[in-house]
Design a protein around this ligand. Structure first.
Ligand code: WTA
Length: 654
């Protein structure tokens, strides 16, 4: 039994939803959850047809689901424009002049956009895209800071049927170039820069560098001026957002697209090779975003909701852009870092905007714990009624702190498990119904047939660890990997016939709760962000001094996992502290700052089998336990282990 499971098994604190909360909640008891869940699994077509009626369709579907594993089509024959559900339909209601986005820039400015204003901006920008020759299914790459224009750009793409591919603003020029090449974007939307921790992140400069490496079919770059700093503009290619908007018509009649029309590609790390482009389509994805917000965040008209993610990740797509807008809720959007000017920023904002639903990552919570209780204690957090977490397993200490210090002991916590590939939350408590326990995402959402299987495909018993799988299709599931059907089948659908393998290890407790233990593949979770060890390794070997590299994760107090790299240098290159630093920076430059290794250890050789395969198991054991156990007889050179052990011990004592 793994150590993680043992610690979880000792967890026996239970928190039932408060009666007050349950009374008003959409799902107010486990009985109600179980009945609906059963219907959603036994009669998914009936269940999802009923839910889908709450979205704006132009033409009703002829069939709810067409399932030829691993390919699903949802609401076949149905037609919609995703942005009508998010914007247009609210304009006919009391929501027209309600705030859709209350935005705060890191330096402190506040801007509010009502649903009507947001709609107007999206319409105008949709016309900008059309004026620049963007057609349905064309790819548009978006590399933006956290400003409302990021959402406006995404929605404008959706409105005209173009496929957006957002690249997180912390990624490097190389990462942009790789993604441009993979998706074949013809237009890029970026900004001069954005504010992060008091500094300006020069986004346009990275786009220029990326385009020097790979211009492909990129004809146009639209530049939003966020900071007003001077940027280089290439004649004929680069255009300012403001000027393009001024030229564009302000009205735009949306066309209807097929339910399965592609909506976006979002790149995410896998265990091998380059990041893969996860493709999501329209009707099913929107439904997943909409109904998880409705049931799990229990969103209501009077709520002020805040998800602290960046739009560059799936959480930002589903729980900043599509889900909250489809629910017509008011949300807070923030540009900068949680610790700017200090660790009180989030709590000050919760107080200022009277935030009622707050969704963040365990890594942020751990950083807040470390910063000290006096930050939240200085603020009135009484507006909060519901808290959520996402991105990685939450350790019970962090859960309890969140519950007591932020939630005042009264707010339910929804620990939500899901992935870029699943599009929307898959396993989570329902806040008015599910008794919660620190560390478990509890039970599957409606329509999610989750199970834990052993290697042979048998369902694991209580407290028995295995692979987390989903046995039936769900509306917001990824449809494929962009341009790589083979990889799609191999990555997710090849462990068990017809079942989706998530790549996470998990077990179920005696009451049926799901406890997610962590990734089973070579994917690290650093501050809630996915990072493939193979990506970091290939960045390292791109450096002229490196002969070979192996990367493993090590538990990290705040980040969840830290990146530890082992490197052998080319003949004649001598290891030293400067080179160590240079290599760490090199990785940050090639991928982005989140990938910067915490430690690099130089070694004359890496532990290998006699057939030349790097023995990662040993490296993992070395970094977690400081020694290796078990069978090392296949190891070629035992001295290598001793050398690495010494290097790790030295790093620790420094
Ligand atoms: C991990 C983020 C435990 C998991 C939405 C998954 C979690 C990966 C949780 C997906 C959670 C996400 N408890 N682990 N509540 N949420 N994970 O694609 O390993 O960036 O496979 O999507 O994060 O990361 P991704």
């Amino acid at each position: 039994m793994s150590k993680n499971i043992e610690t979880h098994l000792q967890e026996n604190r239970v928190f039932k939803p408060a009666k007050e909360f349950s009374k008003k909640a959409r799902i107010s008891s486990m009985k109600q959850y179980e009945e609906l869940y059963e219907e959603s699994i036994k009669k998914p077509r009936t269940f999802w047809a009923r839910e889908a009626k709450e979205l704006a369709w132009r033409k009703k579907w002829t069939s709810v689901l067409d399932w030829k594993p691993p390919y699903a089509k949802w609401f076949v024959g149905g037609k919609l424009n995703v942005t009508e559900s998010c914007l247009d339909r609210h304009l006919e209601t009391h929501r027209a002049n309600k705030a859709a986005i209350i935005w705060e820039g890191e330096p402190g400015e506040i801007r509010t956009l009502t649903f009507r204003q947001l709609h107007r901006e999206v319409c105008r920008f949709a016309n900008v895209l059309l004026n620049n020759g963007v057609k349905p299914k064309d790819r548009v790459l978006i590399y933006m800071p956290m400003v409302p224009e990021a959402a406006i750009a995404m929605l404008a793409c959706a409105r005209i049927g173009a496929i957006h591919s957002v690249v997180f603003g912390g990624f490097s020029a190389d990462s942009i170039a790789d993604r441009l090449e993979d998706c074949g974007a013809k237009l890029v939307i970026t900004a001069d820069g954005g504010y992060r921790r008091g500094k300006i992140v020069p986004l346009k400069a990275s786009v220029d560098e990326a385009l020097d490496k790979y211009e492909g079919q990129v004809e146009t770059v639209i530049v939003y001026q966020r900071t007003g700093e001077d940027v280089a503009m290439k004649r004929g290619r680069d255009k300012f957002w403001k000027e393009e908007m001024a030229k564009a018509d302000k009205t735009h009649e949306p066309k209807a697209f097929d339910s399965e029309h592609p909506l976006f590609i979002l790149y995410t790390s896998g265990s091998t090779g380059k990041p893969k482009g996860i493709l999501h389509t329209s009707g099913g994805y929107l439904l997943g975003a909409y109904s998880t917000c409705k049931y799990i965040f229990d969103m209501r008209d009077e709520d002020v909701y805040w998800c602290t993610a960046d739009v560059g990740w799936i959480t930002g797509h589903t729980y900043i852009v599509y889900g909250p807008l489809a629910n017509g809720v008011t949300q807070v959007m923030y540009e900068g870092a949680p610790n700017h000017p200090d660790f009180g920023r989030f709590w000050e904002m919760v107080e200022r905007h009277r935030v009622s639903i707050f969704y963040t990552a365990p890594t942020a919570i751990r950083a807040f714990i470390k910063a000290g209780d006096h930050f939240p204690e200085q603020h009135d957090l009484s507006s909060l009624r519901l808290l959520g977490t996402v991105g990685e397993p939450i350790n019970p200490e962090a859960w309890m702190w969140y519950h007591l210090k932020i939630g005042g002991g009264r707010c339910p916590i929804v620990d939500t498990w899901w992935q870029t590939e699943t599009g929307a939350i898959m396993i989570s408590p329902l806040p008015g119904a599910t008794p919660t326990r620190p560390g478990t995402a509890t039970r599957p959402f409606f329509g999610v047939d989750a199970a834990i299987l052993d290697e042979e495909g048998n369902e694991c018993g209580p407290n028995e660890g295995g692979k987390l799988v989903i046995r039936k299709p769900w509306p917001s599931m990824t449809r494929t990997i962009w341009g790589d059907k083979r990889r799609f089948r191999k990555t997710y659908w090849s462990d068990y016939e017809g079942l989706y393998t998530a790549g996470d290890g998990a077990f179920r407790g005696p009451r049926g709760n799901f406890w997610i233990v962590g990734r089973l593949d070579d994917v690290l979770n650093v501050s809630g962000h996915r990072l493939g060890t193979a990506e970091v390794e290939s960045a390292l070997v791109e450096h002229q001094t490196v002969a070979e590299a192996a990367v493993v994760g090590r538990p990290h107090e705040i980040k969840g996992q830290g990146v530890i790299a082992f490197v052998t240098l080319k003949e004649g290159v001598l290891p030293n502290a400067e080179l160590n630093q240079e290599l760490r920076n090199h990785v940050a430059q090639i991928i982005g700052a989140i990938a910067r290794p915490d430690e690099i250890h130089f070694a004359p050789a890496l532990p290998k089998t006699r057939s030349g395969k790097i023995m990662r198991r040993l490296l993992k054991e070395l970094v977690t336990k400081g020694e290796v156990s078990g069978n090392v007889t296949t190891l070629e050179d035992l001295g290598v282990i001793e050398h690495l052990q010494e290097s790790l011990a030295n790093a620790k004592s420094q």
